[in-house]
Ligand binder design. Structure first.
Ligand code: ADP
Length: 413
């Protein structure tokens, strides 16, 4: 039987989707609807090296979903809407309540709505996406896959800030961590790779948004992002960790509101702040041409990762099975991988296999593999992340369970 599962990543004015055939784990088509509710809205679908691209006025998420479903039908990716057995939604914040993905019922949706205060930039669009899918595919299980869920295994000494304890108890101020779907995907891949659940890993998810995760016995015990995705490593446009006293100081100095300063920290800082470019390819090209600010951005980015590797190496008591590079920068930039590995080479007894490192890039033949020598004490690997597949897997698992439960109810009635 044809079982298809949709993966939805909805933003305030966009909707990304992928259609998977399960359990084959095969992505059949993916697409992107842009500028929902604005002039110039358009959408595209990609499959088997082909691309469909159309401009159309799309006023709401419901319209975006209707168009997506129409295209899936017209192009025979599905023969009937009933082919779709489940829909998985990327949701930013599950707070402390959700340590796994979950079937969305009224109370889960209410929780996602009330957690908007912890994810003000992401939740409104994600809620629109869920409601639109519920309206267009009634009766089909909808699953929430939280970016925070994988990190719910962190011990309190790692997630608690040294702020007044009531900030945590009353207002939920703590480290939550994000990119959990990616860190979970890499962890599952490494469990398979080593044939055991008890893997100890240092995962470097280096993309525009960047975070690292310390995995002990297959579980997240620490991560770099915090209460929000602004914390931790230097990122494309985000500052990462800074002294919070800078905020009132700049408000006063530059006559800015708190929102303006937070906006600067989210959108005008990081690589962009230091070198005027947020794309790592530009940073590398400029650095190679002698631009000193780009060189500084490269070095600071490298150092922020190396510092964290050192921290996690000690948290794992030196027992690290692998350091993994993933996401846009991690997968595609041999020079940053080389620079990072060179810094940890002596203390961790790791040697880079330069040839493997230079051959791994998504635009080259090889997309994943080991970049450390066999003599190294710890493996260093490049593994392309696949958050969509992770969402499809959770959606498949929970939709199946849900259908089984519903069938059981029917039998006992
Ligand atoms: P996000 O998902 O957070 O938007 P990505 O994982 O897509 O981020 O990573 C984007 C970053 O990856 C950009 O800085 C970009 O420069 C870098 N990147 C993407 N593709 C390549 C490539 N082929 N070569 C070098 N860097 C790349």
């Amino acid at each position: 039987m044809n079982e298809k599962y949709l993966v939805i990543n909805a933003g305030s004015s966009s909707l990304k989707f992928s259609l998977y055939e399960m359990p084959e784990e095969k992505e059949i088509v993916n697409g992107y609807v842009e500028r929902i509710g604005n002039e110039g809205s358009c959408y595209s679908l990609k499959y088997n090296g082909n691309k469909i691209q159309k401009e159309k006025l799309i006023m709401s998420h419901v319209e975006a979903v209707q168009i997506m479903l129409q295209e899936l039908l017209q192009n025979n990716f599905i023969s009937d809407l009933s082919d779709i057995k489940g829909v998985g939604h990327r949701v930013l914040h599950g707070a402390e309540k959700y340590s796994d993905s979950v079937i969305i019922d009224d109370s889960v949706l209410n929780d996602i709505v009330s957690l908007t205060e912890l994810g003000p930039l992401h939740h409104p669009g994600q809620i629109d996406g869920i409601k639109a899918m519920q309206e267009c595919l009634p009766g089909v299980p909808q699953v929430a896959v939280y970016d925070t869920a994988f990190h719910q295994t962190m011990p309190i000494e790692n997630y608690l800030y040294a702020t007044p304890y009531e900030w945590y108890e009353k207002d939920g101020v703590r480290k939550y961590g994000f990119h959990g779907t990616s860190h979970k995907y890499i962890t599952e891949t490494m469990k398979e790779h080593y044939g055991t659940d008890n893997v100890n890993l240092i995962i470097c998810h280096l993309g525009s948004g960047a975070s690292m995760c310390c995995v002990k016995n297959g579980k997240s015990i620490d991560t770099t992002m915090g209460f929000t995705p602004l914390a931790g490593l230097i990122m494309g446009t985000r500052s990462g960790d800074i002294d919070p006293s800078i905020i009132p100081y700049i408000m006063k100095k530059q006559n800015k509101t708190i929102n303006e300063v937070i906006d600067d920290l989210n959108k005008k800082s990081g690589l962009l702040g230091i070198a005027s470019k947020n794309d790592f390819r530009d940073i590398c090209a400029m650095a190679n041409n002698g631009n000193t600010n780009a060189q500084l951005a490269f070095t600071k980015f490298k150092k922020s990762v190396v510092k964290q590797i050192a921290d996690y190496y000690f948290q794992l008591n030196g027992k690290v099975d692998a350091i993994i590079f993933t996401a846009g920068i991690g997968e595609n930039t041999p020079s940053i991988r080389e620079a990072i590995v060179n810094e940890i080479s002596n203390p961790m007894n790791i040697k880079l296999n330069k040839e493997s490192n230079n051959n791994i890039a998504s635009f080259k033949e090889q997309k994943s593999g080991k970049i450390s020598t066999n003599e190294s004490s710890t493996d260093v690997l490049v593994i392309p992340t696949n958050e969509e597949l992770m969402i499809a897997l959770d959606t498949y698992r929970l939709s199946k369970e849900n259908n089984k439960d519903n069938n059981k109810t029917k039998v006992y009635k």
